[in-house]
Design a protein around this ligand. Sequence first.
Ligand SMILES: CC(=O)N[C@H]1[C@@H](OP(=O)(O)OP(=O)(O)OC[C@H]2O[C@@H](n3ccc(=O)[nH]c3=O)[C@H](O)[C@@H]2O)O[C@H](CO)[C@@H](O)[C@@H]1O[C@H](C)C(=O)N[C@@H](C)C(=O)N[C@H](CCC(=O)O)C(=O)O
Ligand SMILES: Nc1ncnc2c1ncn2[C@@H]1O[C@H](COP(=O)(O)OP(=O)(O)OP(=O)(O)O)[C@@H](O)[C@H]1O
Ligand SMILES: N[C@H](CCC[C@H](N)C(=O)O)C(=O)O
Ligand SMILES: [Mg+2]
Length: 490
Amino acid sequence: MELKKILSALSFYKATATVENININNIEVDSRHVKADNLFVCIKGFTVDGHDFVQMAIDNGAVAIIAEKEVASSVPTIIVPDTSRAIAMIAAAFYDFPTKKLPLIGVTGTNGKTTVTYLLESIFNQYNKKTGVIGTIQMKIGQQAYPVSNTTPDALFLQKTFQQMLDEGVSTGIMEVSSHALDLGRVYGCDFDIAVFTNLSQDHLDYHKDMADYVRAKSLLFAQLGNTYTTDKKKYAIINIDDPEHDLLKRSTAQHVLTYGCENQAQVMAENIELDASSTNFLLTTPVGSIKITSKLIGKFNVYNMLAASAAAIASKIPLTVIKEAFENIAGVSGRFEPVAIEEPFATIVDYAHTPDSLDNILQTIKGFAKKKVYVVVGCGGDRDKTKRPLMSEIALKYADHAIFTSDNPRTEDPQAILDDMINGLNKDEFDVIIDRKEAIFHAIELAKKDDIILIAGKGHETYQQIGQIKYEFDDRKIALEAIKVKENR
Ligand SMILES: CC(=O)N[C@H]1[C@@H](OP(=O)(O)OP(=O)(O)OC[C@H]2O[C@@H](n3ccc(=O)[nH]c3=O)[C@H](O)[C@@H]2O)O[C@H](CO)[C@@H](O)[C@@H]1O[C@H](C)C(=O)N[C@@H](C)C(=O)N[C@H](CCC(=O)O)C(=O)O
Ligand SMILES: Nc1ncnc2c1ncn2[C@@H]1O[C@H](COP(=O)(O)OP(=O)(O)OP(=O)(O)O)[C@@H](O)[C@H]1O
Ligand SMILES: N[C@H](CCC[C@H](N)C(=O)O)C(=O)O
Ligand SMILES: [Mg+2]
């Protein structure tokens, strides 16, 4: 594509040389991946500055550079105020504005994003529509899965992926939108049709300076809704009316708002909710009628997730009967309330709760139907919000009869220091500290007796444990199964 055409997506730029007659066959933000006839965009990162890799990019074949300042370069440099914002727009232009054609649903909130996206996938598939899903677990086009390194990938990956989705006949894109992505402008080039808000509670206070800054980032999804391109399509903001932040998010958008909830009056509601250990039933009431829902997803928080997905499906004109069938068919989401071995005298559940609110919800749910003791194995991630550590350990002890505090992904932090943050100040002592996660899981399974429940929280679907810079193979579900087998064979 002509560089001039790509640059037409930018409202302002200054070029150090003519940009006429330059043909670009790919855009790259990583100098190591640059090839002949590429456009290299310098991004100032948290670790290094892309501006320092201009020469490498040119040596690898870059024919133009986009930067925030003048750089030593033998090829034309285009200077923009903010390359992180610019990349979102030029990537959208390079792939011919794919989200103008692809209906796109974005899901944001502290907890429940992944679950809601998979509920939506299941509803659209039930309606015989091919979907594309982007989020924490993976990127999926139809049934084909691809690995991702972020819940919401960078703008270049996103726009390329939307184009691939269109090429492969996807009818709706469904994606998680993290607060980091909103703050860093990864989704600036996305024309969302539906924006869903699940809930807001404490997380990521390592990145956001306080809760107000965190909710401001979340609100960008709603403020941006419908602002990207001129379009006749109706846009919808789907908002959880029972969350204290609902009003701020409603006020952030100029588009149609569809509310959902269980407590306060909403357009989409759950009534007559029945929760037990093996199923969830409720009456879904909506502006287009009511229908009885039965699902294998456990816990009240999953009623909220089903309401969020139902509201987005209703905004997409999907019949209630299809929503009902989809909820009946979905067995669960990988690593979310996933039972490890069903035949055991005690139950072992793996879950991705890694925030105070999610741990509270999941333990409250388990406590609600536990016949005997509840054990929890939990740790906190390194290089992440430190203030959630003592909150999570306190919640663990509030509900569980016994906790085993261990490592999650310590990353570059000292694992013992993370555990100290968790246990210093606790005024109960029904816990053990076992730094090695495998040993911790084995210990919990050793302790469990008939009718007890073990919750292994924090890592869910993850198949690795990151210690330092290295990711070691690690899967809570496999380790738990191994421990159960060892116990059985004794
Ligand atoms: C804080 C943050 O978001 N960091 C993201 C960022 O990394 P970074 O800023 O360190 O990048 P960098 O290494 O400094 O590189 C800067 C630039 O130089 C370029 N470079 C680098 C080296 C080189 O030789 N040549 C070169 O050109 C890089 O390609 C890049 O363009 O850009 C990377 C590439 O897009 C991301 O993978 C990375 O996410 C890291 C892994 C991360 O942990 N992010 C978390 C905080 C995050 O974003 N989480 C949210 C989900 C949270 C949730 O929902 O719970 C998410 O959406 O994943
Ligand atoms: N609506 C909800 N409210 C509170 N907790 C929830 C909700 N839905 C799920 N959870 C809890 O949060 C955990 C993570 O759920 P899920 O992966 O769907 O959230 P997420 O927002 O995608 O998380 P992440 O930010 O890590 O991507 C679940 O394992 C469960 O314990
Ligand atoms: N998207 C979240 C995932 C946390 C998962 C947990 N296992 C951890 O490593 O802290 C984050 O990056 O904060
Ligand atoms: Mg997620």
